[in-house]
Design a protein around this ligand. Structure first.
Ligand SMILES: [Zn+2]
Length: 302
């Protein structure tokens, strides 16, 4: 899809608008953001592709297919996207505040896991999101920013645990700690409004929560840039509170995409993936010789 992978001289990184990394910042989350003036219609998208000579997918030859029908998925923008970044950053900051470092944090992570278990128990979650944490799960090597290695469903459940932990089990003494908590809280509220709310008011509230979280995130991002460092980052050698195009696409999903295709929870990838998981569990109980026919027959009754 043209307009996603930092293309062209402006490094455009969105197929819904002309947001980029140079002149129309994708990380501007405010109501006044320039990209809001550049939302693309079907005709504008096709014209921009033809003008720049970019690749035009064959799917646009399907009769009736419009640009607005190609949507971001809440799960891939949120859970293995923004949530994994957020949870990696929060856990990294917590272990450092406890006196650890990414290469020496076994005791700190052990304590954090115990807090997560406590939060999960008090929230009466069906399954606790994490049994174990290692430094490499929190952050990759080198100059990479923190990003927690967890599955999508675990990221969703962990978000609730982090919200509880930061509010009830940890001190909220500094402005930074409060801002960090509010980002977690607003994103958690966004999911609650999408999953449990009803009608347009819930969708509007979800969009508002997402925007509040991302604005706070962008403030922390700005505070993390060291103007005296040619690479922009602090002496630690990598960015915290970095923003990615997935942050921006999440805003499209809950702000303008809902006006076209409704609540993203109604058509996200979770439903299909749950079905695949159920089929996998069932397949393990069937004889290999008639696996395909038995699975089709029995899976219909799940
Ligand atoms: Zn955009």
């Amino acid at each position: 899809m043209t307009g996603w992978q930092a293309e062209g001289p402006t490094q455009r990184c969105c197929f819904k608008c002309l947001a980029n990394t140079v002149s129309i910042p994708f990380y501007d989350c405010y109501e006044t953001a320039l990209w809001r003036q550049t939302l693309l219609t079907h005709d504008m998208f096709i014209a921009s592709v033809l003008e720049t000579g970019s690749y035009l997918s064959e799917i646009f030859n399907f009769v009736g297919l419009k640009h607005c029908m190609i949507n971001g998925d809440l799960m891939h923008c949120g859970d293995p996207g923004v949530l994994q970044y957020l949870e990696g950053i929060v856990l990294y900051e917590l272990l450092v505040e406890m006196g650890g470092s990414i290469s020496n944090c076994r005791h700190e992570l052990h304590y954090i896991v115990s807090l997560i278990k406590t939060a999960s128990r008090r929230l009466q979650q069906h399954k606790q999101p994490l049994n174990n944490l290692t430094g490499t799960m929190v952050k990759g090597t080198g100059a990479s920013s923190p990003k927690l290695k967890v599955k999508a469903s675990a990221a969703r459940n962990l978000l609730l645990c982090l919200e509880y932990m930061l509010e009830h089990l940890m001190p909220l003494e500094s402005d930074h700690a409060q801002q960090r908590f509010l980002i977690v809280k607003h994103l958690s509220s966004m999911y609650k409004h999408l999953q449990s709310g009803e009608g347009i008011p819930s969708l509007l509230e979800a969009a508002s929560c997402c925007k509040r979280a991302l604005i706070l995130w962008s403030e922390l991002r700005r505070a993390d840039i060291d103007p005296n460092n040619p690479h922009g980052w602090q002496h630690r050698g990598f960015f915290l509170w970095k923003m990615y195009p997935k942050h921006h696409l999440l805003q499209h999903v809950v702000e303008d995409q809902v006006l076209v295709t409704g609540n993203p929870v109604d058509h996200w990838c979770y439903a299909d993936e749950s079905e695949i998981g159920a089929a996998v569990c069932l397949a393990a109980t069937l004889h290999v010789k008639c696996l395909h026919t038995s699975l089709i027959r029995k899976n219909r009754f799940l």
